[in-house]
Ligand binder design. Structure first.
Ligand code: HEM
Length: 219
C-alpha cells in the first residue's frame, strides 16, 4: 500500500464511513426504517418517532453548544444550522403534538444518559455522535421521497426534519466532511470519534426498535 493510500485510510471521514458501514446496514434494516421507506409507517407513529428524536437531539445539541468553546473540532465543524431541534419542533407543531408532554421511552432515556456520559467524560466524542445524525440526512432525502406521499406530507408541512436543508443537502454535507477532514486529530482522538459514532448507531437502532415495540404493543 502506498503511503498516500495509508494516509487516506486514516482520514477521519473515511474511517467513520467505512468503520460504521455494517452498523448503517443494520440501521437501514430496522423495521421502523423499512416501514418508513416503504411508505407503510402510520403518520402517528412517525410523529411518535419525532417526539423521541426531539429528546435525543435536544440533549446532544445542548451538550455541543456547551462544549464548542473548548473543543476545537466541535467549533470547526458544527454550525448552528446543523442543530435539528428547531426543525423537529416545526414538524411537531404541524402534527399538533405538544413538545412539553413527551414521555421518553426507556431506550430514549438510555440515549440521553449516554450523551451525558460522553459530554462529561470525552466531549470530543460528541462530534462522533453528531456525525451519525447529521449523516443520516443523506438518506433522509430519499426516505422523504418515498414516505411523504404515503403519509400525506408535502414540503409545506411535516417534512422539515427529513429535509432540513432542501436542495442544499449535498453542499451542507460536503462542508461538514471538508471541515472534519481538516481537523488536526491524533489517532487516539480519531478512535474516540469512531467509537462514539458506533455507539450512536446502536442508540438510534434501539430507539427505533423501542418505538416499533411500543407500536406493536399498542396493536
Ligand atoms: C432506510 C433507511 C436509510 C437509508 C435508505 C439510508 C441511505 C443513505 C444514503 C443513500 C447515504 C449516502 C451514501 C453516500 O452518498 O455515500 C447515507 C449516508 C449516511 N447515513 Fe443513511 N440511510 C438510512 C438510514 C440511516 C440511519 C437510521 C442512520 C443513523 C442512525 C443513517 C446514517 C447515515 C450516515 C452517518 C451517513 C453518512 C455516511 C458517510 O458518508 O460518512 N442512515 N444513508
Amino acid at each position: 500500500m502506498s503511503t498516500e493510500a495509508a494516509a487516506d485510510r486514516s482520514l477521519i471521514t473515511e474511517r467513520l464511513r467505512t468503520e460504521t458501514r455494517d452498523l448503517h446496514t443494520k440501521a437501514e434494516k430496522a423495521p421502523l426504517q423499512e416501514a418508513l421507506v416503504k411508505g407503510k409507517l402510520p403518520r402517528e407513529v412517525y410523529a411518535d418517532m419525532l417526539e423521541q428524536m426531539l429528546l435525543v437531539h435536544r440533549e446532544l445539541e445542548q451538550a455541543i453548544r456547551e462544549h464548542r468553546p473548548d473543543v476545537p473540532a466541535l467549533s470547526a465543524v458544527v454550525t448552528d444550522e446543523q442543530f435539528q431541534e428547531p426543525y423537529i419542533l416545526e414538524d411537531l407543531a404541524f402534527f399538533g403534538r405538544d413538545p412539553g408532554s413527551i414521555t421518553a421511552l426507556l431506550e430514549t432515556r438510555e440515549a440521553v444518559a449516554e450523551i451525558r456520559r460522553t459530554a462529561r467524560e470525552e466531549p470530543l466524542g460528541l462530534l462522533g455522535l453528531h456525525y451519525v445524525l447529521e449523516g443520516s440526512n443523506n438518506g433522509n432525502r430519499f426516505i422523504a421521497k418515498a414516505a411523504a406521499p404515503a403519509m400525506g406530507l408535502a414540503e409545506s408541512g411535516g417534512l422539515r426534519y427529513l429535509l432540513p436543508y432542501g436542495d442544499r443537502q449535498p453542499e451542507v454535507w460536503g462542508a461538514f466532511k471538508e471541515n472534519l477532514a481538516a481537523c488536526e486529530l491524533s489517532e487516539t482522538e480519531k478512535d474516540t470519534l469512531v467509537e462514539a459514532a458506533k455507539r450512536m448507531f446502536e442508540i438510534i437502532f434501539r430507539v427505533h426498535s423501542g418505538l416499533h415495540r411500543a407500536k406493536m404493543a399498542a396493536g
